[in-house]
Design a protein around this ligand. Structure first.
Ligand code: ATP
Ligand code: MG
Length: 395
């Protein structure tokens, strides 16, 4: 029955981004989400985005459309050739089908006359189609204009008709790419994949950096990151991961600095490296999965200490006020949770101090860092990095 989809793209949220840019990007991203499928056509017409499709791919297309940021909602619809009588008959058939499937008790018709050569106004047309349905259906329902079970939309145009009544919720957000690019600090934990999803949802492409301590952490740990990135690339258009070995830096810190500062000093290096990589890859921000007070390094003082090394880009922390339970719920929704809980060594646990400093004094941190050649350590970690591209499509 359905052969087309009418897409609604949250007009309210596009303030600040110009509309043609938003729509062009959204169309591109929808096509990308359908990669590998055949028998569909995505296009813009009358200020809206449509997808026409052949029956076999309908379910898969709608399933994938639900993961595309920028799609607020959509209606599966029936597109026919032009002609008012055909519009009425299609509306009647659709009405009968929906009642049978849903057991609806009330209905309402809203017609839109876009073919201006027709004599009726849109409200007249709505009444006319409503009357036609009531006199021709075996199931004449009551009309309810305020809160109908079936709200039947009939758009009568010069070239075709579109009939629909059902509405599916999309994920909302903004099309990935309209707001530039973020450098995401992606660990193998539960939080940073959720943060990645949230940043991508605001229209950013994702570039990621992952820190490991190979050979203390295994090749399997890197593969876990790739699996997470693969899952996230369903929403983000592929992810390029910079795999950075932090071991030489951690070794240096453990030899020359007080043990309780290990975590905080490592994190400051992570941020310095991430910022450098961001600037190199045209990312205009960093993003992390940090949340206040979740672990020793995420006290407000800890965050201050990690944040203060970043000079030129904002650091976004979309989970800053989330409880762990809320983050876990989100991770389950986007299907990263099961991958995140696979036990693998993390670079941070390799040198975990017995008593990490929870309220590090900036002066102590600066004194400790005087023993380190920060610039050389950062430069050589970046130099030695490996780049892996996950889920990127070449067109
Ligand atoms: P997550 O579940 O994201 O690992 P966490 O609760 O384990 O978070 P931390 O390990 O303190 O918290 O990390 C806080 C944030 O720092 C992470 O969300 C991530 O953005 C970044 N981060 C931590 N470890 C790494 C790593 N090995 N590589 C890249 N980023 C990291
Ligand atoms: Mg972690």
């Amino acid at each position: 029955m359905y052969n087309s989809i009418v897409i609604r793209n949250g007009e309210v949220s596009i303030k600040g981004i110009n509309r043609p840019v938003f729509e062009k990007r959204l169309i591109k991203n929808i096509r990308r989400a359908f990669h590998g499928l055949e028998g569909y056509n995505v296009y813009k017409g009358d200020g809206r985005i449509y997808v026409d499709f052949e029956e076999e791919v309908g379910d898969e297309i709608m399933r994938r459309l639900k993961n595309v940021f920028g799609v607020m909602s959509f209606s599966p619809s029936i597109k026919t050739e032009s002609g008012y009588q055909l519009a009425k008959d299609t509306a009647l058939a659709h009405y009968n089908e929906v009642i049978e499937r849903t057991g609806a008790k009330t209905f309402k018709v809203t017609a839109r006359r876009e073919d201006k050569s027709l004599p009726m106004t849109s409200p007249e047309m709505s009444r006319d189609i409503g009357a036609y349905i009531l006199s021709h259906s075996k199931n004449p329902l009551k009309v309810d204009v305020k809160n109908p079970d079936i709200h039947l939309f009939v758009e009568v145009r010069e070239k075709n008709n579109i009939i629909y009544s059902e509405k599916e919720q999309g994920v909302g957000g903004l099309p990935v790419g309209v707001n530039g690019r973020a450098m995401m600090l992606l660990s193998g934990g539960i939080d940073s994949p959720v943060a990645t999803y949230m940043i991508a949802k605001r229209g950013l492409w994702i570039e990621a950096v992952h820190f490991h301590s190979f050979p203390f952490t295994s090749e399997k740990a890197k593969e876990k990151i790739e699996r997470l990135a693969k899952q996230l690339s369903l929403y983000t258009e592929g992810i390029r991961i910079h795999m950075v070995n932090l071991l030489p830096i951690q070794t240096e810190i453990s030899e020359s600095c007080p043990q309780e500062l290990m975590t905080i000093l490592s994190r400051r290096f992570m941020m310095r490296i991430a910022e450098k990589l961001a600037l190199e890859t045209v990312c205009s921000c960093l993003a992390t999965g940090e949340s206040i007070g979740q672990v020793a390094s995420q006290t407000v003082e800890g965050l201050q200490a990690t944040n203060s090394v970043v000079k030129e880009v904002p650091v976004f922390r979309p989970l800053i006020s989330f409880d762990k339970e809320d983050i876990i719920r989100e991770a389950k929704k986007i299907d990263t949770f099961d991958i995140s809980i696979i036990p693998e060594e993390d670079c941070c646990t390799v040198f975990l101090p017995k008593r990490p400093a929870t309220k590090p004094k900036m002066e102590k941190i600066r004194n400790a860092e005087e023993n380190l050649d920060i610039e050389t350590l950062v430069a050589s970690a970046i130099e030695e990095r490996e780049i892996r591209e996950i889920g990127m499509l070449k067109w």
